[in-house]
Design a protein around this ligand. Structure first.
Ligand SMILES: C[S@@+](CC[C@H](N)C(=O)[O-])C[C@H]1O[C@@H](n2cnc3c(N)ncnc32)[C@H](O)[C@@H]1O
Length: 272
């Protein structure tokens, strides 16, 4: 997605982004934080911070540390600032491209990327920026919603889109973990690189109380193709009637995979 479209999508989503999938967002944020080995005096940079869920999970650990959140969306940043208005930790929130922030080299002991990489046209640039910002020995971790995105419900949505000639939604719903590792290994910057690259998978079932809640979540995450409103309405109508998508009790249940990529920033030749 282009940066302008990302900003517009998440400006429009507003608070609905986090409200549409709080358990999923919180689980991913807490697992992400565990991979960062934060200490009381760590300096965390959260790239693509949205309304601040990742920093909220880090806050109790950072009793003497600092946090900066960067995001393209003005509205998400306002929500993040509101969230910490009365908090002990006073994070700084900046409206910048996570691929090229104005933050100083090696100013962080840890960098997080929560559900951000698939939105980028060139995710490698985000990983390179994370490497640039992180001090030697520091940690970088990223979460990505894995494939199949939302179990049979998501697969059926993709099938409808493909049959109508829309091969993929604007955001890459499928994500190949091998590709993520490959990008991480390429993300050298200023003679530093990501080492000990690990990829883990977490699978949980999440459910939405109604079809409209599930559909609203897809919209809030920017997973529905835009500029095709009539076609999308027709697809929603068909999916709403589909008992492989909506359970008899009206709920939509989805086994969701979360990929967790984590690495340590090192210096020197990888082959020595
Ligand atoms: C799905 S939300 C994730 C928010 C948060 N990290 C979380 O875990 O809940 C994706 C966020 O990344 C931001 N984003 C995507 N690409 C970005 C980029 N290149 N620079 C800054 N923010 C970006 C979007 O504006 C949006 O707020």
């Amino acid at each position: 997605m282009r940066n302008e479209d990302i900003a517009e999508t998440f400006n429009l989503s507003g608070a609905a982004y986090e409200q549409s999938a709080p358990e999923l967002i919180n689980l991913a944020a807490s697992e992400l934080i565990k991979r960062l080995n934060l200490q009381a005096d760590s300096d965390l940079v959260d790239l693509g911070c949205g309304p601040g869920a990742v920093i909220a999970h880090a806050a109790p650990l950072l009793t003497r540390g600092s946090a900066v959140g960067a995001d393209l969306s003005r509205v998400q940043l306002e929500l993040a600032r509101d969230r910490f208005r009365r908090a002990v930790l006073a994070p700084r929130f900046i409206q910048e491209d996570a691929a090229a922030t104005g933050l100083r080299d090696r100013s962080a002991s840890a960098v997080s990327l929560g559900f951000v990489l698939p939105y980028a046209e060139r995710p490698l640039l985000l990983l390179k920026e994370a490497t640039r910002l992180t001090r030697l020995g520091g940690r970088v971790a990223a979460t990505v919603i894995g494939s199949p995105f939302f179990g049979s419900a998501g697969t059926r949505l993709l099938g409808h889109l493909e049959r109508r000639g829309v091969v993929r939604p604007d955001v890459e719903m499928r994500f190949d973990p091998r590709e993520a590792v490959r990008l991480a290994l390429l993300s050298e910057n200023d003679e530093r690189r990501l080492d000990d690259v690990t990829i883990e998978e977490i699978e949980r079932e999440f459910w939405w109380d109604s079809f409209d809640d599930w559909w609203g979540m897809l919209d809030a995450f920017g997973f529905l193709p835009t500029d095709r409103e009539r076609m999308i309405e027709a697809i929603a109508g068909e999916l709403r009637e589909d008992d492989r998508v909506v359970d008899p009790d009206g709920q939509v249940r989805c086994p969701v995979k979360i990929w967790l990529l984590s690495a340590t920033v090192c210096e020197g030749d990888p082959w020595l």
